[in-house]
Design a binder for this molecule. Structure first.
Ligand code: NZQ
Ligand code: ZN
Length: 381
């Protein structure tokens, strides 16, 4: 096991009707930027609930956060905070809204262009405090220090992380997932699963506790998949899904292990260029990437299917990859090829690898994937 420091200050309040705890969690903050996406929280009643609960406080609304939140929209949020002197950001939504809250929280304290944060040029020394009411289990953003922001004008999608932007609290009520569409449920299952893969399907570091955590999270996702997709919704299936997704990326399951975020690295570019949903990109890239690196990842992929899918006798890495692929395709029910979204894989391979070439990007656990490798991987997608 490798050395690590583990720090996570987010207070999680989980369960039915936990939204009622919101006033207490906000403490003495009186002027709050209320950040949300488009219509979903108005349709499912959460918007009204927040207004009722926070009746005495002043809410400065900033709705309209897009999926894959936009830098340009965040800048408007920063201006609102400055003008109104808000002291807290309340993010009510999925990963996009929470990520936008983090970027705004850090950006508002910066004298220079906040885009510098994403370019790694600005050092974050402080941030406005924020809290999250999660509506979509997927990203883990409610309990981590990461944020991914897109810039519409240049088709870029970049990430940053800072311990200053951990949400102070995260309210997780599985009942709020009842209004999610099938597409968003499928996306959430895939995203959470791939988060675990990125922390697990690497080299064997003898991080036994983490391997066990990872396998449990993946097993839980597999176990609840069918029940998460039924209507009327089943509370326990949604609850286990929600908690599995949070555990998938709150830092805990990956400590001491070697991580490889290549699937996300390539997937973000597919979203930036072609507008694929985050999870749609991951389902396509992971199997191709695993096949490309199968010698390196063989041991863990076989361990995975033995312990997660019960294939006790498996010793063939190709069969292991096929089993993971069939979980996405046949059980979750997502598309597995770029062509199914009308994207030409050769063109995508050209565009993404060219961008990585210009940036000098290297992916993989030891930086073993250069732009030429990414070209080969995408060609087969
Ligand atoms: O905008 P509204 O109307 O709210 O609708 C949203 C949106 O259209 C809808 N939705 C959310 N909760 C709902 C709901 N609809 C009905 N009922 C509900 N309860 O779902 C759509 C997608 O929402 P979004 O927040 O974009 O989805 P997700 O949570 O998957 O977030 C994706 C973003 O997170 C980033 C992704 O790159 C992407 O930008 N990620 C963030 C990470 C992190 N911070 O650690 C890690 C991830 O790997 C990921 O990169
Ligand atoms: Zn993800």
């Amino acid at each position: 096991m490798q050395n690590f420091t583990f720090y996570n200050p987010t207070q999680v309040v989980f369960g039915k009707d936990t939204i009622s705890k919101l006033p207490r969690l906000l403490g003495t903050h009186q002027k709050i930027l209320f950040l949300y996406g488009h219509e979903s929280i108005k349709k499912n009643g959460l918007y009204q609930k927040v207004l009722e609960l926070l009746g005495d406080r002043e809410l400065v609304e900033h709705g309209g956060v897009d999926p894959n939140p936009k830098y340009e929209h965040c800048l408007v949020g920063i201006e609102k905070i400055r003008k109104e002197n808000c002291t807290f950001i309340l993010a009510v939504g999925g990963g996009s809204v929470i990520d936008a809250a983090k970027f705004i929280a850090a950006g508002v304290k910066l004298a220079t262009d906040p885009w510098d944060i994403l370019l790694g040029k600005a050092k974050i020394n402080e941030a406005l405090p924020l809290g999250a009411v999660l509506t979509l289990p997927a990203t883990g953003s409610e309990m981590n220090a990461n944020s991914v922001i897109s810039r519409a004008s240049s088709d870029e999608k970049l990430a940053f992380a800072s311990s200053y932007v951990f949400p102070q609290f995260a309210i997780l009520d599985p009942q709020i997932t009842y209004s999610l569409s099938m597409r968003q449920l499928q996306n959430g299952l895939v995203d959470a699963f791939v988060h675990v893969l990125e922390q697990y399907a690497t080299t064997n570091e003898q991080a036994l506790v983490q391997d066990g955590f990872c396998e449990t999270v993946m097993k839980t996702l597999v176990q609840v998949t069918a029940d998460v997709k039924v209507n009327p919704p089943i509370y326990d299936a949604r609850a286990n899904f929600m908690w599995a997704a949070t555990m998938g990326l709150n830092g805990l399951i990956g400590v001491g292990a070697v991580q490889d975020w290549s699937t996300h690295g390539v997937g973000h570019e597919l979203t930036a260029f072609y507008g694929l949903d985050h999870a749609q990109s991951l389902a396509i890239v992971f199997p191709a990437l695993a096949r490309f690196q199968k010698e390196r990842k063989k041991e863990k992929l076989i361990q995975l299917v033995r312990n997660v899918f019960g294939m006790k006798d498996c010793s063939d890495v190709d069969a292991a990859i096929e089993r993971i692929e069939s979980y996405f395709r046949d059980e979750v029910g997502v598309k597995m090829k770029l062509s199914q979204y009308g994207v030409d894989s050769l063109e995508a391979a050209d565009r993404v690898s060219e961008r990585f070439k210009q940036r000098g990007t290297r992916l993989g656990e030891e930086g073993s994937l250069d732009y030429k490798a990414v070209y080969e991987i995408l060609r087969s997608c």
